[in-house]
Design a protein around this ligand. Structure first.
Ligand code: ATP
Length: 661
């Protein structure tokens, strides 16, 4: 599979494109290194074997072997041996290795002189002793070592440059695959990865449950392949398509499939790769990307996580720190999208989780003309996604994609891919030959609630509180018809929670007010149960209370469920309010909202306690069973509470509902 995929990295640097070769700085570094090492190891400027004055006096002067002495820079003396003395065994062994077999012109020995005066004095005294010896010829010269001189100048500059290049590489290289940004010389170049034709392995076969979206993107491929059939009728080809959807719903996957099927060059870049700490780089990269794309037209540009640059200008500038760089990058993107004609053969695909954050100028027709909305998959779509991800797995006959799809409402495609992988890991850990149904169910539990922590030390009295807490959830959920069906309750610690109740949410598009209120009751049931049984409450309801508070505020502030507040919603789909300091309502309304939310929660709590008191015998039974078995399934609950459909005391429940304001 992999060998068919070849990522062509295009730096966008024209120079390097034309020559086909890039200048390799590594060789320069290697050369300088070798030069430095060799200059210190082998002496390029030989000055003979280093000896001491005593050796010189005893072994050379007294033997009358000195031809001449050259004092260099008033620092060292270089000694030349008489030609006829070179074959003297005393010198031969030392001098031969210096220059091989031939005649060595010298200097043959050297030593450091303290000062010229003391050297001359010592030399004179030594010569006095050697009677009959020739007078030693001494000359004085100045030598400059040009190599070290130049190196002394060049090295600091070179080091500065190397450090600067390294720092810039570090700051730019974060973008990953980037090619253009990885050097000082192509800093402003786009870091987009270019996938050439027929090189992407992902196809529409790998994308499941996105039929409508798939149709839309297939049309784009058609635009690029046969533009004439559209333009001949006067139609303008869309310039941009934006794919919007929650995380993990397959936006990137869809774009990859387009790359695989389109048979045209495909530039892929993430929004964050445009923006650097240096001002102007983002805009320059956008310019470069579009320039390269136009050269390769017809082609597709894919910008993942476009919200990194496409966020509304001026929004949240105070909170997030005014980001001129991001804004100028966005401006450049807007200009570029205006700049190329509708029929230029470049189509921009973009993906984001937050369309509400995007600048409206980006979304207007003429730029991103088409919007594709992806949602969390429904039952049928999940089944199809399971089938895609089950394909490469080794499974046994107990596997049923439909059953798994039914167990995973609210899961995204990425969650399903994760479950399939996790189940394979679990089966491998169990040393099985094939993955079975139970492995999948365990993988689902693990992904929903975290890993089981059986080793966590829980005191018996704590365990009892947890059992009653969870039993409370189970009982209230069982008797309230709008609450999702409960499938199991457990008091085995998992992830951060000490116990959990598993529900199977129905896939509804609308939730009624009663559904919201009953959900509040079911969530409060753990705390209510603790209060009824133990007379006081514990800290174990933190998560429940957080959910309840959020949901109650949503009911009052967003959904207009409260009579006193009325049919008013303070929800802001444009996301502007997130960065605003001001509440969209007055001080009095704020107070009223708080009061109504408190009332809603306390009424729900009262109602919950009523239900639990009415079924206190069942509450004890379920809690006891939980303490015994740790996990109680729907069937066990049916044994204790009867079938859920046969709710006999509906009338009682209706009556006991505290009237909401
Ligand atoms: P995000 O917004 O977080 O970037 P995304 O929507 O781009 O998420 P992808 O990266 O496309 O999500 O999906 C992640 C993985 O989930 C994919 O690699 C794929 O394995 C799986 N997946 C998601 N949706 C589907 C689908 N419809 N069919 C098959 N696999 C899917």
């Amino acid at each position: 599979m992999n060998n068919t995929k070849k990522k062509v990295e295009d730096s966008g640097s024209e120079k390097s494109d034309i020559s086909g070769k890039r200048f390799n700085w590594t060789w320069v570094y290697v050369f300088i290194f070798i030069l430095l090492v060799s200059s210190s190891v082998f002496n390029f400027f030989p000055s003979g074997k280093e000896i001491t004055w005593q050796q010189f006096e005893k072994d050379i002067i007294y033997k009358n072997a000195v031809d001449k002495i050259v004092v260099v820079n008033n620092e060292s003396a270089e000694v030349y041996i008489k030609k006829e003395m070179i074959n003297d065994p005393a010198f031969k062994e030392v001098l031969k290795p210096l220059f091989g077999k031939g005649f060595n012109p010298g200097p043959h020995y050297s030593f450091t002189i303290g000062s010229v005066e003391s050297f001359e004095r010592k030399l004179e005294e030594a010569q006095k002793i050697t009677i009959g010896a020739d007078k030693i010829n001494v000359s004085y010269v100045k030598k400059t070592n040009w190599f070290w001189g130049i190196l002394g100048w060049v090295l600091p500059f070179f080091l500065l440059f190397a450090v600067w290049n390294f720092l810039i590489k570090k700051s730019v290289g974060v973008g990953g695959i980037g090619t253009g940004g990885s050097s000082v010389f192509n800093f402003g170049k786009s870091t987009a990865t270019l996938f050439e034709k027929e090189k992407s392995t992902v196809t529409f076969d790998d994308v499941a449950g996105l039929d409508e979206a798939e149709m839309e993107v297939r049309e784009i491929i058609e635009f690029l392949k046969n533009p004439d059939s559209f333009t001949s009728l006067g139609a303008k080809i869309p310039k941009g398509v934006i794919i919007v959807g929650p995380p993990g719903t397959g936006k990137t996957l869809l774009a990859k499939a387009v790359a695989g099927e389109a048979q045209v060059p495909f530039f892929s870049i993430s929004g964050s790769e445009f923006v650097e700490m240096f001002v102007g780089v983002g805009a320059s990269r956008v310019r470069d990307l579009f320039k390269r794309a136009k050269e390769k037209a017809p082609c597709i540009i894919f910008i993942d996580e476009i919200d990194a640059i496409g966020r509304s200008r001026g929004k949240g500038a105070f909170l997030s720190g005014a980001n001129d760089e991001r804004e100028s990058t966005l401006n450049q993107l807007l200009t570029e999208m205006d700049g190329f004609g509708t029929n230029s053969g470049v189509i921009v695909l973009a993906a984001t989780n937050r369309a509400d954050m995007l600048d409206t100028a980006l979304l207007r027709p003429g730029r991103f003309d088409r919007h594709i909305y992806l949602e969390l998959p429904n039952l049928k779509e999940r089944e199809a996604i399971f089938k895609v991800h089950l394909r490469p797995l080794k499974t046994d006959e107990t596997i049923d994609p439909h059953f798994f799809a039914a167990q995973t409402p609210g899961f995204s495609g990425a969650d399903i891919a994760n479950i399939c992988n996790e189940s394979a890991l679990i089966a491998a850990r169990r040393k099985k030959d094939a993955i079975g149904r139970q492995d999948f169910l365990d993988a689902i539990d693990r992904i929903v609630a975290g890993i089981e922590k059986k080793s966590k030390i829980i005191l018996p009295e704590e365990k009892k509180i947890i059992a009653y807490h969870e039993a409370g959830h189970a009982i209230v959920s069982w008797y309230l018809k709008h609450v999702d069906p409960i499938i199991k309750v457990s008091i085995i610690p998992r992830g951060k929670s000490l116990g959990a109740a598993w529900y199977l949410p129905e896939e509804k598009q609308l939730r009624s007010e009663s559904a919201f209120t009953e959900h509040l009751c079911a969530t409060l049931a753990g705390r209510a149960s603790e209060e009824i049984i133990f007379g006081e409450v514990s800290s174990g309801a933190l998560d429940d209370l957080e959910k309840v508070t959020k949901e109650a505020y949503m009911m009052v502030v967003y959904y207009g469920f409260n009579k006193k507040i009325g049919n008013i919603s303070f929800y802001d789909s444009s996301g502007q309010s997130e960065s605003s300091f001001q509440k969209p309502y007055s001080e009095e309304t704020g107070k009223l909202i708080d009061e109504e939310v408190r009332k809603l929660v306390s009424d729900s709590y009262l109602r919950t306690k009523e239900i639990l008191k009415d079924h206190s015998a069942s509450l004890h039974q379920v809690a006891d069973l939980l303490l015994k078995k740790e996990v109680v399934f729907k069937e066990d609950l049916e044994n204790i509470l009867g079938k859920r459909d046969e709710i006999k005391d509906q009338t009682f429940l209706q009556k006991s509902i505290p009237v909401m304001a």
